[in-house]
Design a protein around this ligand. Structure first.
Ligand SMILES: CCCCCCCC/C=C\CCCCCCCC(=O)SCCNC(=O)CCNC(=O)[C@H](O)C(C)(C)COP(=O)(O)OP(=O)(O)OC[C@H]1O[C@@H](n2cnc3c(N)ncnc32)[C@H](O)[C@@H]1OP(=O)(O)O
Length: 240
């Protein structure tokens, strides 16, 4: 049965960064029709299971959806495009208008949502507020090959960055990755399902320290371990 995580999302609107600003990617209603300039942009939730998902991925997804029923976990929405709100929030930091032209911004795609179904980063994310943990269920498709038959390290790093970044973003609002360290311990076979775990370890001023690991779906193989430093952006500092 295909299930969306639309219902658990509604309560995520209450999540806030320390400055009181809403965490942008989490607060979008979905699936929604939003107006951007004269165009209508449809925000479709890409964490909904699709036919490319393996039995393992569906099983894990269903297990986490079950955990969402008592409210301890939330399913996080994933979009193909940045949201209008996120673009607006980000504009605060990009003072140079050439980076935020609306006609360009409407054509952008999130890197992890830019492949055809099943060929790239199939994933769903869940968040536990009490434990400050984000979990990403990830199935890397055929176009993410590095060594023959295995995922490219850059693809693994991308999903680790996104998962650890999500933990930081929920804790700190708009953040960017300043540092990411990864130990690749065992290769990840293409099309297999892994679980990326991450948690906020420490917050020091604008610095958010996050750690995590990548395990096989059966938890028998530890594929990677990672730490990341994310910096809460300073609205008074230009990034460019
Ligand atoms: C992260 C969000 C993820 C969300 C995931 C959601 C999933 C789907 C939803 C939505 C999609 C979103 C897509 C995901 C994208 C993933 C994330 C990326 O790939 S980000 C791109 C790569 N990163 C950069 O391009 C940054 C480039 N660097 C910078 O712009 C600056 O260096 C910046 C903003 C990181 C910091 O600059 P300053 O000027 O604001 O801050 P200063 O004053 O330099 O540092 C503040 C403190 O941090 C320390 N610090 C800074 N960098 C450090 C470093 N590399 N190592 C150690 N300490 C560092 C400093 O020493 C300072 O510490 P003291 O306060 O003095 O104690």
């Amino acid at each position: 049965m295909l299930r969306s995580c639309a219902a658990p999302l509604r309560s995520l609107g209450a999540l806030r960064g320390p400055r009181g600003g809403a965490c942008p990617p989490l607060c979008e209603p979905r699936p929604a029709l939003r107006s951007f300039s004269s165009e209508k942009v449809i925000y479709k939730d890409f964490s909904i299971p699709n036919p490319s998902w393996s039995k393992d991925l569906r099983l894990l997804f269903d297990q986490f959806m079950k955990k969402c029923e008592d409210g301890s976990w939330k399913c996080l929405p994933l979009y193909k495009h940045g949201s209008l709100q996120r673009i607006q929030d980000f504009k605060t930091f990009f003072h140079d208008p050439k980076f935020t032209k609306e006609d360009v911004m409407t054509q952008t795609r999130l890197f992890t949502s830019s492949f055809e179904e099943g060929l790239g980063f199939e994933h769903a994310m869940f968040y536990n507020d009490v434990e400050k943990r984000t979990v990403c269920l990830f199935q890397g498709g055929l176009y993410l090959e590095g060594m023959p038959g295995f995922l490219h390290g850059g693809a693994i790093a991308t999903m680790i960055d996104s998962t650890l970044g999500m933990s930081a973003l929920i804790a700190g609002g708009i953040v960017m990755t300043a540092n990411l360290n990864i130990n690749f311990k065992r290769p990840i076979p293409l099309c297999s399902v892994v679980v990326i775990n991450s948690q906020v370890d420490k917050v020091e001023g604008r610095k958010i320290f996050v750690s995590g690991n990548v395990q096989s779906a059966d938890e028998k193989t530890l594929h990677s371990e990672a730490t990341g430093l994310f910096i809460q952006l300073d609205p008074d500092k230009s990034l460019t």
